[in-house]
Design a protein around this ligand. Structure first.
Ligand code: PMP
Length: 404
């Protein structure tokens, strides 16, 4: 029994964290994990989340009943408003079908499942993913029978966007292809299109009748401003691009383990949206029956209470601005400080939790092995792992790795 089951390799990020945890070197740094850390390198419970938790648990009627299949309505409606905008015409017209999901991963999974079941694929069942993208995208689509194909995204020469390559791939893709995009704080590169570039991309997507699949895991984390980070999504809605949005509250509310997310599918009309929602409900029922409650209740409280919402926005700014200041400090140390060979302005140009440093596999490995600075071998570092106590050591280690 099960003799033929092959041993799977451990997940590379979780493996990195395990190696970090067992390392006794005093200056060790973990730049692998995609979770926010405060300036002491500790996980941060957002003050607004603490407040909302106290409020929630002090309610004598708080219980552990099941939520409806598509989730807590006060949460999903507020979540839709957060990403699509409070004055979204799609919401006003009743064109948005929302379901609460197991964080962003669950949103992507439910969306993939919905697509395989109901999207009229034009030929092979493909999804176009940026090269590179969050590695889990590949596995998640394959699991439901959709084959990932890649479009050029990151230009290793400029450490920026390969706009032309991206546009050409969109032009060459069969009409009505499904295109997955990160609306802000692209993981793993930290490279986002500018508004002008989004407009150019939308133009091709509209001309080719492609389907936009937005995976938004970092709203607010990129710029510190929730509306600013939702710009691309709202622009595509305004342009009436057929689309869906996956949404996660793991990073922007620090609710990683609570698994709070949502999927929003935008339809051309209210009647279609109603039918779409009914099918999301059927799929959800067979997958997880009903979604988890605690985190959704917390977010519903925060999103629907004016004061708590304002406090959340301040907490987001605290996280985003700490990361931005670490980018600036790392850049300053590499340039003025250590005068490290190469150009480093991409460190401050890139956005959000991650940075593609440009370190190659051997240099990244040297960071792990020699400096005890844990990072993935594609050169990605989590900016959230930097703080005022370790940034100098990290810069010095990068300098040594580059000089070889
Ligand atoms: N999409 C992207 C691009 C991500 O980076 C992540 C988190 N690493 C997710 C989705 C999903 O995260 P979660 O399921 O924790 O919300």
């Amino acid at each position: 029994f099960w003799q033929d089951v092959p041993l799977a390799p451990p997940d590379s990020i979780f493996k990195l964290t395990a190696a970090y945890n067992t390392d006794s070197y005093p200056k060790k740094v973990n730049l692998g994990v995609g979770a926010y850390r405060d300036n002491d390198g500790k996980p941060w419970v957002l003050p607004v989340v603490k407040k909302a938790t106290e409020k929630l648990l002090s309610d004598p009627l708080y219980n552990h009943e099941y939520l409806p299949i598509t989730g807590l309505p006060e949460f999903t409606s507020a979540a839709a408003k957060l990403i699509l905008g409070p004055d979204s015409s799609a919401i006003a017209d009743g064109r948005v079908a929302s379901a609460q999901t197991i964080s962003g991963t669950g949103a992507c999974h439910l969306a993939a499942l919905f697509l395989i079941k109901f999207y009229g694929f034009n030929g092979p069942k493909h999804v176009f993913l940026s090269n590179p993208t969050w590695v889990n995208h590949h596995a998640l689509f394959k699991n439901v029978g959709i084959t990932p194909v890649e479009y050029p995204y990151y230009d290793p020469h400029t450490f920026g966007l390969d706009l032309q390559g991206f546009k050409t791939a969109l032009e060459n893709a069969p009409p009505r292809s499904v295109i997955l995009m990160h609306p802000c704080a692209h993981n793993p590169t930290g490279v986002d299109p500018t508004r002008e570039q989004w407009k150019e991309l939308a133009e091709v997507i509209i001309a080719k009748h492609h389907y936009a699949f937005f995976d938004c895991a970092y709203q607010g984390f990129a710029s510190g401003d929730l509306d600013n980070d939702a710009w691309a999504v709202r622009y595509f809605v305004e342009k009436k691009v057929p689309m869906l949005v996956c949404q996660s509250f793991a990073k922007n509310a620090g609710l990683y383990g609570e698994r709070v997310g949502a999927l929003h599918i935008i339809s051309p009309g209210q009647d279609t949206a109603h039918r779409v929602k009914s099918q999301l409900s059927v799929l959800q029922r067979s997958e997880i029956s009903t979604p988890p409650m605690h985190g959704a209740k917390l977010m519903a409280l925060i999103l629907n209470d004016k004061e708590l919402f304002e406090e959340w926005k301040r907490d987001i700014k605290t996280m985003a601005h700490r990361i931005i200041s670490m980018r600036e400090e790392l850049y300053r140390l590499l340039t003025e400080g250590f005068e490290t060979p190469g150009s480093w302005d991409h460190i401050t140009r890139q956005i959000g939790m991650f940075s593609f440093t440009g370190l190659n596999a051997a240099q990244s490995q040297a960071m792990n092995d020699k400096a005890h600075v844990y990072m993935t071998t594609n050169g990605r570092i989590s900016m959230a792992g930097l703080n005022t106590s370790n940034v100098r050591y990290v810069a010095e280690s990068v300098d040594k790795a580059v000089r070889g």
